[in-house]
Design a protein around this ligand. Sequence first.
Ligand code: ADP
Ligand code: ADP
Ligand code: ZN
Length: 214
Amino acid sequence: MKLVLLGPPGAGKGTQAAGIIERYHIPHISTGDIFRKNLKEGTALGLRAKGYMDQGALVPDALVVDIVVDRLTEPDAENGYLLDGFPRTLNQAIALDEYLAKQGDHLDHVINVKVDPEVLVERAVGRRICKNCGATYHVDFNPPKVEGVCDKCGGSLYQREDDNEATVANRIQVYMDETSPLIDYYAKKEILVEIDGQKEISEVFQDIISVLGE
Ligand code: ADP
Ligand code: ADP
Ligand code: ZN
């Protein structure tokens, strides 16, 4: 199954991705995670992406598309994957379609997680991530049992540098301008699934599962 998770920053894509990949046994491919890993390791790619990420701007298409295409050719992606945070521009979506078409392939579903802009800021600002395993929490909406400590692995939790109010506001604007046109793009291809992302985390997951099938 080849899936895309679409939605503004803080919509709950990463949170839902964790459950989806476990259930369908497909890899989670998050371009944001790839960039953060490269930043942490101080690679050339990480350094090139940093300035854009700090501003809440998009990393240029040419950089992103090559990384994703490389990742899709790895053996674990042969039978499907969940793309999270990619594509984010029409050019990226077209590049992905062209890549898939070349192998006579196509996306199965694009899941659009819908959340009102007012809710997004408090979600992103309260987000905490495990340094060790990457699990996502929220200080109010999905707190760990022990403050600052991951339930799953005991790792310590941190806040992303770009999860501050000003950068989040910019990321939401960038989403509106550059990414939201993809909703129409995939609706026309009749592969778009609309999900209400304002329900409880477990309810959102049930809604997704009911579309994808058991
Ligand atoms: P995205 O990957 O779309 O940016 P995340 O999955 O990281 O979003 O979620 C953003 C924040 O909102 C996290 O702190 C997460 O715990 C919280 N969150 C996710 N889904 C929900 C939900 N349905 N209700 C309340 N909070 C949520
Ligand atoms: P969120 O979970 O809040 O939606 P991500 O972790 O997906 O954020 O992305 C963090 C940052 O990484 C973005 O603000 C952007 O700078 C960069 N980025 C991630 N994916 C892409 C992409 N497909 N195209 C361009 N930039 C990207
Ligand atoms: Zn952890």
